[in-house]
Design a protein around this ligand. Structure first.
Ligand SMILES: Cc1cc2nc3c(=O)[nH]c(=O)nc-3n(C[C@H](O)[C@H](O)[C@H](O)COP(=O)(O)OP(=O)(O)OC[C@H]3O[C@@H](n4cnc5c(N)ncnc54)[C@H](O)[C@@H]3O)c2cc1C
Length: 465
């Protein structure tokens, strides 16, 4: 007899959304999570009275069902939070997303004129084929703007040249933006109307985004969520997954179920299959790359450092790419009178910042934060470092072929679905991840949804109509 109707690998928002939907429909479900806490990439770390997300997680969705679900779960734990993001470059702040008028004041008339002329030139002689991230940005913003604002930051994020990153990333991320849209918004603003661009406020759980996953878990009880158990084998036969084998401290746990949903990183799922996947599928799995991130939180002895949600740092001479101050998301993220700055070092696993000792990382971070004028090093009272190996699916040009091979192979299992960001190797945000989880669950409840259609066709620009 099975242990449950459905077994779910991973207690991030995608896996938990599946478990929640199934539990509410009366199905028995078991969730297995390798971490000791729930939330995955959307967890909130708690450290000596301070709380921080892995990079500051803002929930936003255009999907009413998902919005309702999240609001229903968090209710009055959600508080409206002002959104204010800046790019810090050449010692100045620029608006994020970029606004031409602001860039003009920041860069000076000469450079701005060059940007606009270059953009117009681009419009007259457009690039024929858009293959890479660079092609897309140049086509939509011109080469000058690409060089000034996009190139360094993108290369920091991806660790490879922009002409090697697939333009597909843009489709999953920032489609709909262009210099003409930005100019239109600037003109609307000059006309004293509200520009229809990015939202100014968002709802944020007072104790961090991790509360969302904790609420999911509360709601799916008494269905079990096994924490600290890493699935290392997915046994199958006759086109069906039969059982999961998880391990913890040398002990094994076997879970049998009728259906399985995995939000574990897609290439790792392939490697866990037993009997082994065909060699070409394993090779395809080995070809999918992730960009890692090292999150360094430095706690400071003052109530507030900035009034910003996120600060983007494109210049390569500064080794980290983004900062956020959790206190500006919710005052409950730090003890009274204290604050913290959380910085993100984008890297590959095994590189310099990945390998650096925590204490040294904290010291280097504090040094740079002082150099940038944010804090004094003697204000730092504590630190906490979190390494995330698979933070960003790296959509290198050519990845598709490997990806399709894996997906085609996995479709051969009639009772296995993949969901979520790392699970599907897609650039999903929280809302997309939840939507895939909900849809996969509904497929087991008699509905018919294409989980792979999430975050593909719909326009995703956080644009208000
Ligand atoms: C730095 C950063 C900032 C972000 N900011 C935002 C933001 O502001 N807004 C937004 O909407 N989205 C943001 N995102 C994206 C968001 O974090 C993800 O979309 C979402 O958390 C993905 O959830 P998931 O459940 O699909 O995947 P995950 O969170 O990766 O969950 C997968 C889970 O599976 C577990 N697992 C893996 N392998 C195994 C195994 N073998 N056995 C058992 N368990 C396993 C993992 O530990 C993990 O808990 C950000 C992401 C990053 C990296």
């Amino acid at each position: 007899m099975s242990d449950a109707d459905v077994a779910v690998i991973g207690a991030g928002v995608a896996g938990l959304a599946s478990a929640y939907t199934l539990a509410k429909a009366g199905k028995s479900v078991v969730v297995v999570e390798k971490d000791d806490v729930v939330g995955g990439l959307s967890k909130t770390v708690v450290h000596n009275g301070f709380r921080f997300d892995l990079g500051g997680h803002r929930f936003f969705t255009k999907n009413e069902e998902i919005e309702e679900l999240v609001r229903g779960l968090l209710k009055d734990e959600l508080a409206p939070t002002p959104r204010s993001s800046k790019i810090f470059m050449r010692g100045k702040y620029f608006d994020y997303p970029l606004r031409p008028m602001n860039a003009l004041f920041g860069l000076g008339v000469g450079e701005s004129a060059k940007i606009i002329l270059d953009y117009l030139k681009q419009k007259v002689t457009p690039q024929r084929e858009i293959v890479s991230l660079e092609d897309w940005v140049v086509a939509n913003f011109g080469r000058e703007l690409f060089k000034i604002f996009f190139k360094e930051y993108s290369e920091k994020v991806w660790g490879i040249p922009c002409n090697e990153v697939s333009a597909e990333w843009v489709a999953q991320r920032i489609r709909g933006l262009s210099l003409s849209v930005a100019l239109r918004d600037a003109l609307v603003k000059l006309n004293h109307k509200e520009p229809p661009t990015l939202i100014k406020r968002f709802l944020y759980p007072k104790k961090g985004i991790g509360r969302l996953s904790e609420r999911f878990v509360e709601e799916i009880q008494p269905n079990p969520v096994h924490l600290g158990w890493r699935v290392h084998r997915v046994e199958h036969g006759d086109g069906r997954v039969r059982r999961l084998v998880a391990e913890r401290d040398g002990k094994e746990m076997v879970i049998e179920a009728d259906n399985f949903i995995s939000s574990a990183p897609l290439p790792l799922l392939v490697k866990m299959l037993s009997p082994e996947a065909p060699e070409e599928v394993i090779r395809a799995a080995d070809s999918l790359e992730f960009r890692a991130t090292v999150i360094v939180a430095v706690m400071v002895n003052r109530p507030r450092v900035t009034n910003l949600s996120w600060i983007y740092i494109p210049e390569k001479k500064i080794p980290f790419g983004r900062i956020h101050e959790p206190n500006n998301w919710s005052p409950e993220m730090s003890p009274p009178g204290k604050s913290s700055l959380v910085v993100e070092y984008f890297c590959f696993e095994g590189e310099k910042y990945w390998n650096m000792e925590d204490a040294e990382l904290a010291q280097v971070t504090a040094q740079y934060l002082e150099e940038l004028g944010f804090i004094r090093q003697d204000e730092v009272i504590d630190h906490c470092v979190v390494r995330v190996a698979r933070a960003y699916p790296l959509l290198r040009i050519g990845y598709r072929e490997h990806y399709n091979k894996i997906i085609e192979y996995l479709k051969g299992f009639e009772n296995l679905q993949v969901v979520g960001r790392t699970g599907m190797f897609r650039y999903h945000n929280i809302d997309h991840a939840i939507e895939t989880g909900v849809k996969a669950a509904k497929n087991l409840l008699g509905e018919k949804h294409d989980v792979f259609a999430v975050n593909v066709a719909s326009k995703y620009l956080e644009e208000k109509n």
